[in-house]
Design a protein around this ligand. Structure first.
Ligand code: ADP
Ligand code: MG
Length: 729
């Protein structure tokens, strides 16, 4: 009966590591081979076209149609030399992942043959038949068209035989339907607001970019075992499975040697990433068995987001070539760590200053403090929307479950910065300051140690941690599009910096000097944002109690967390920064609720099916074998002997029966709950019903299945077990 499982195991044991991909080319030669980057543009574009694209990247200027024709021709020439036959507009819909529709370059020609064609028109705009992408009610079916539009600030690249052009995705009536478009708007709002504030410190600053360095965690599982686990194959996570006797308790995996099969995969993935211009520089094991991490050097946020979306595709493709499946789900296995995607975030000026890095002089340090304190204010005001941005079905298994992210958003600063902020709060007067006070303050600010970088303590439990020269937004889930969090964070920071500028200017207008005005506003902000600061253990019960006292939001239910997107405060945030309209917010939230419902719905179905057609039959088979055994004992032995011998077996039969009966009953109850929930029309109410009345059965049913797994004859069990899934040899 258990053929599939054992066949898969046999396959796994016969695997030999694939040869390491070796290349005679240096990484620096490989780098960017598949990207239409600046050096390629210089080669394939006229000077005029090259400058137009560079202007679009650096200054956001528009590219006219004639130039677009030239760019398209250059791209096509390069792509065809690379053996490419197709092109696609590559975009990031709200369902997650990336979408593409491939078209061949060819077009019929007059003489009955074909010619390769790729015009500026095709580069700039396309209408994918996108009626199946969710629009949250914006696109009614009769005008089901949406269109994609070229984002020249992210370079085109080649995947397999296809030229991919990064694009935004918009409805026919102009509403934003993807992640990239609002991200670009948030980044542009931040640019403007941050430049205005930088002007207090340095008149040379004309552009500020957000920087993002993501750390991508993932699991690998052997493909054959994955195929033998329908729950993994259909939901990306295991819905059942008893703990492996050994899992992560020895912590022997973290930074341990990477197994050879995995190393071969990593090596090839690195090559692929480099060819695509993704600057991967770290790879290591993570805490859980079979869990790994990949991180690049940080980049401008829009590019970094594209690169993360792209690497998620490449990871899955390369994994298959090594007989692995790459699991990006936040919680593929119960009982061991889940996977996140830390988003390291900062801002940088065109004068090459990292705004979250302490300066070399008091002026630089005041600018640094300004940006740190304003970051705190932004997080303080919009903690609930930041939480919404990382909340979906997959990440809900981590949310508040004693691993990152906790359900309460707070910020960690470390002892050094905390001390500095305490001093500021203490020493700045509300009215005009005395010369002594000023001198003292200048000294304090000047003293922000440059060694801070190596000195920052790490807090691995904080959802938003300062790490010396950036904040690390650690709550993001491994399968997420980084843009979701980056849109909120950058928009919140933009809004905050505008408020800051206004506050400072108001004081300056009263005749107080600029530096002192800044100090006064910072002091007020330090007080105001105190409640979001927490340096202790974010998983502790003390923190939960303390956070309640502080009035921090501790909602852990995903459909309810999503409500934050539609609060008055949120609508104001997105409107004032021109990132999203109220209509767009409603549409997006609707999509998030729908997606949540669908995920739970699929999991419920898969769990129900597996319980009824894998687990229960195996339980019954085992039970029958026990019954036969007991009957045999009865025939062979005297009544007295039989009683003594059969006791344990009879207990076992009862136990197995009880689990089977309970599983059947609970599955039926879950199906009934689903039927009730399915009748609900309203997307929010439906998601809540799925969360409150369907999802709770998962753990319950699983408990009994896992007990059976432990009891039933190993030879009969059809599904690969955790101990088999979790250890790559
Ligand atoms: P750790 O695991 O200790 O957090 P990693 O080296 O794995 O550190 O990841 C740190 C990430 O932070 C890298 O992607 C790095 O490029 C990024 N990073 C460093 N400085 C900045 C910055 N100024 N802005 C954004 N990201 C940054
Ligand atoms: Mg990190």
């Amino acid at each position: 009966m258990a053929t599939l499982r054992f066949k898969a195991l046999e396959e796994v044991f016969s695997r030999v590591p694939k040869e390491f991909v070796t290349s005679t080319q240096k990484a620096s030669d490989l780098y960017g081979q598949l990207v239409f980057n600046r050096s390629k543009m210089q080669k394939y574009l006229s000077k005029e076209a090259y400058q137009a694209v560079v202007g679009a990247i650096d200054k956001g200027s528009r590219i006219d149609r004639k130039i677009a024709d030239q760019v398209a021709a250059g791209m096509k020439a390069w792509a065809m030399e690379m053996g490419v036959t197709h092109y696609t507009h590559w975009f990031q819909p709200l369902t997650g992942g990336t979408a593409e529709k491939h078209d061949a370059f060819i077009e019929p020609s007059d003489n009955g043959g074909v010619v390769e064609n790729f015009s500026g028109k095709l580069l700039v705009q396309q209408e994918p038949d996108a009626s199946s992408f969710p629009s949250g009610g914006i696109r009614s079916t009769f005008e089901a068209r949406g269109y994609t539009a070229w984002d020249p600030s992210s370079p085109a690249f080649i995947l397999e035989d296809t030229l991919c052009i990064p694009t935004i995705f918009i409805s026919y009536t102009g509403e934003l339907l993807d992640y990239k478009a609002p991200l670009l708007k948030a980044l542009s709002a931040l640019d403007k607001a941050a430049v205005d504030v930088c002007q207090y410190f340095d008149k040379d600053v004309t552009k500020v970019i957000a920087t993002l360095g993501w750390e991508q965690e993932f699991f690998l599982v052997d493909e054959a075992l994955y195929q033998a686990r329908p729950d993994l194959a259909l939901t990306d996570r295991t819905l059942m499975g008893h703990d492996s006797a050994k899992n992560q308790q020895l912590e022997d995996q973290y930074f341990g040697a990477i197994p050879p099969r995995v190393q071969a995969f990593m090596r090839e993935l690195e090559y692929e990433a480099w060819k695509l211009g993704i600057p991967i520089h770290t790879r290591h094991n993570e805490v859980a068995p079979n869990q790994f991490e990949f991180a690049p050097v940080f980049e401008e946020a829009n590019l970094a987001v594209d690169h993360n979306s792209l690497i998620m595709t490449v990871m899955q493709n390369v994994a298959r070539r090594h007989n692995f499946v790459c699991l990006l789900h936040e919680k593929p296995f119960a009982g061991i760590n889940g996977s996140g995607k830390h988003n390291n975030w900062s801002m940088a000026t065109d004068t090459d200053v990292n705004l979250l890095s302490p300066g070399k002089n008091p002026k630089g340090n005041l600018q640094f403090l300004t940006f740190v304190v304003n970051s705190l204010m932004a997080v303080n005001r919009h903690a609930d929307i930041l939480k919404a941005s990382i909340s979906y079905a997959g990440n809900s298994h981590r949310l508040g479950a004693n691993e990152a992210p906790p359900a309460i958003i707070s910020a960690f600063l470390g002892t050094q910065i905390t001390k500095m902020l305490d001093q500021l709060e203490e020493k700045v007067s509300e009215s005009k300051m005395t010369p002594d006070e000023k001198t003292e303050l200048k000294l304090d600010v000047g003293r922000i140690p440059e060694i801070l970088l190596d000195n920052t303590d790490r807090n691995r439990t904080s959802p938003f941690a300062f790490t010396g020269n950036r904040f690390e937004f650690r709550a993001v889930g491994s399968s997420a599009n980084c843009a979701a969090g980056m849109i909120v964070l950058n928009a919140a920071m933009a809004e905050q910096l505008v408020i800051f500028k206004k506050d400072v200017d108001t004081i300056i207008d009263k005749g107080i000097k600029k530096d002192e005005a800044i100090f006064q506003v910072l002091r007020k902000y330090i007080k105001e944002s105190k409640k979001i600061r927490f340096d202790g253990n974010n998983y502790s019960d003390e923190w939960k109690a303390e956070a309640k006292k502080r009035g921090l939001n501790d909602e852990a239910n995903v459909p309810l967390i999503l409500d934050s997107y539609l609060s008055e405060k949120s609508i104001k945030l997105f409107k004032s920064t021109s990132v999203l309209t109220e209509k767009e917010l409603h549409a997006r939230t609707e999509i998030y609720w729908e997606t949540y419902t669908k995920k739970i719905q699929i999991e419920a179905r898969v769990l129900g099916d597996l319980a009824l057609n894998h687990i229960v039959p195996v339980g019954i088979e085992y039970q029958s074998s026990l019954v036969k055994n007991v009957q045999g004992l009865k025939e062979l032995f005297s009544d007295a002997e039989y009683k003594e011998l059969a006791g344990a077996r009879l207990e076992l039969i009862k136990e197995v029966s009880q689990h089977i009966t309970t599983i059947k009953a609970k599955v039926k109850a879950m199906v009934d709950a689903r039927k009730v929930a399915n009748k609900i029309e309203d997307a929010r109410e439906k998601a809540i019903a799925y969360s409150n009345t369907v999802a709770p059965y998962f753990e319950d049913i699983r408990y009994h299945i896992d007990k059976l797994e432990l009891t039933v004859d190993n030879e009969m069990w059809t599904l690969p077990k955790y101990r088999e899934l979790l250890f790559i040899r």
